[in-house]
Design a protein around this ligand. Structure first.
Ligand SMILES: [Zn+2]
Length: 495
């Protein structure tokens, strides 16, 4: 700008100067003609001068130039080592090839993750977090932040990256930054990849992270968790299953070698097929422990509550037994306040006393896992079982326990767990039976429904569609015979 102003000013001054000169010599009226003559003369002199200066001098021209015909095309001298630079300077480097190369390095990076040579960690932009904040959280060297952001800025406005955006960060074995991708951006994902020479290159490609259902089937070797993970089930999914079914299934010792399992879970995969560690959700689990078979679909009902359902659309429905003995007992002492028959003062009776002949089998009031087994003060020989839905049951004054039971054993409703006796503080053979709901005793004679729901009508249809969509071969897959999914009612069409 400064230079152009100066040039303009100089031109103006020269114009004024010439005008003054013309006025002085008295030919203002002819100044245009004079100007033309002067310009022509100057151009003529320049051309003549140039010809005289650059006129080929036969004495100094090299041999090979003389062999050249007067109009032959001049071959540029190309240094083969500098070819790429020349090419690049021309600005016609194929762009497509460039993208493919970077795409290849992303694929190579993902392959390195599969080979455990690089690590991929998935982050989500937290509330109020900037990308720099996320890089700090990801322990990326601070010195690199600016370079990474600037490289990414060539593709996206970093400030527009919203909360909850998934950011994948690739790191090397020493935790060094290898790359970063943001897969959620209008069917496009952008990346910053570290080149071989250490420089960062921006890269973008069409495609997006997609949901995919993955099936993992296998045989139990030692534990369910270990075997499932060995066959490729993510730890997170295994934990989801164990947490949801721990009251039903004895995961610590309920499996035998050769028992089978099948897990279907949904996950997110990148356009190149790399599975992310976000958004994973179990959809189906099948466990075959000898003759004991459990099949569950993870389904979210209309109220938005997710839970495991049986293939027939039933959510765990367990009503605790009110009189867990294999006999018709006599209620010798009800639940509530009473004067204690031995202590002779009023105490709260936290359970019911069911008097039966000594040795009468005591059964588990519901499915669950034994959490206590052994002598417990005034209760004598005692068993406590944890059930689903925050329920627990306890049995006291037992004569003895069913052989083979221990803490952690899984029991089903109706299984014999021990025998009526009068151990501990008891006046005669009876079972002291307690029901706990969320760590508080309740009256065992109340209707203790752990949880239960049978899907029906439209919701059952929806559930069946869901089950079929994730598991169309349920009836005849690896496990063989399965309880069939109930036939769907044909939709009636109105004419
Ligand atoms: Zn009692």
């Amino acid at each position: 700008m400064k230079i152009t102003n100066r040039v303009r000013k100089a031109a103006q001054q020269s114009k004024i100067f010439r005008y003054k000169t013309y006025k002085k010599i008295g030919c203002v009226g002819y100044r245009k003609h004079v100007d033309r003559i002067v310009k022509f003369a100057m151009v003529f002199l320049l051309v003549v001068g140039a010809f005289l200066i650059i006129r080929p001098d036969s004495q100094t021209v090299p041999e090979d130039s003389l062999n050249c015909a007067p109009n032959c095309p001049v071959e540029p001298v190309v240094n083969p080592d500098a070819q790429e630079v020349v090419h690049s300077d021309l600005g016609d480097e194929p762009v497509v090839e460039d993208i493919d190369e970077d795409g290849a390095s992303l694929i190579a990076l993902e392959e390195a993750v599969r080979q455990n040579e690089a690590e991929l960690t998935t982050y989500k932009i937290a509330k109020g977090e900037t990308l720099v904040g996320l890089l700090t959280r990801a322990k990326i060297a601070k010195a690199q932040h600016k370079n990474i952001i600037n490289t990414l800025e060539t593709l996206v406005n970093v400030k527009t990256i919203k909360r909850d955006t998934i950011v994948l960060i690739f790191t090397g074995q020493k935790g060094e930054f290898l790359g970063l991708t943001l897969p959620f951006r209008d069917n496009e994902f952008v990346a910053v990849l570290k080149d071989e020479d250490g420089s960062l290159i921006p890269f973008s490609q069409e495609g997006c992270v997609e949901n995919k259902n993955i099936t993992v089937r296998g045989k139990i070797e030692r534990t369910f968790s270990g075997s499932a993970q060995k066959y490729g089930a993510p730890k997170e999914i295994v934990n989801q299953i164990v947490n949801a079914l721990k009251n039903e299934v004895n995961f610590s010792s309920g499996f035998k070698r050769g028992d089978a399992f099948e897990i279907i879970y949904s996950t997110q995969v990148t356009p190149t097929g790399l599975e992310l560690d976000t958004g994973r959700q179990v959809l189906f689990v099948g466990l075959e422990m000898g003759n004991d078979k459990i099949y569950r679909y993870w389904y979210t009902d209309r109220s938005g509550t997710p839970a495991f359902y049986t293939p027939t659309g039933q959510r765990e429905q367990r009503t605790l037994e009110k009189r867990p003995v294999k006999a018709v007992p006599r209620l010798s002492s009800p639940y509530g306040w009473r004067t204690h028959p031995i202590l002779m003062y009023r105490v709260f009776h936290s359970g019911v006393d069911l008097a039966c002949p000594r040795g009468t089998p005591i059964i588990a009031a519901g499915d669950g896992t034994i959490t206590q087994l052994g002598r417990k003060g005034a209760y004598g020989k005692y068993i406590r079982i944890r059930h689903a839905g925050g329920y627990e049951t306890a049995y006291g004054h037992m004569n003895g326990y069913k052989k083979g039971l221990k803490v952690g054993s899984r029991v089903k409703q109706g299984d014999v767990i021990g025998y009526v006796g009068a151990t501990g503080r008891a006046t005669g053979p009876h079972v002291h039976f307690e029901v706990w709901k969320n760590k508080k005793t309740t009256n065992p004679f109340n209707n203790n429904v752990i949880s239960g729901k049978q899907l029906s009508g439209f919701e059952l249809e929806q559930f069946q569609s869901f089950a079929e969509s994730i598991h169309p071969d349920f009836a005849n897959h690896l496990f063989g015979k399965h309880p069939p999914i109930p036939a769907r009612k044909p939709k009636t069409t109105q004419k």
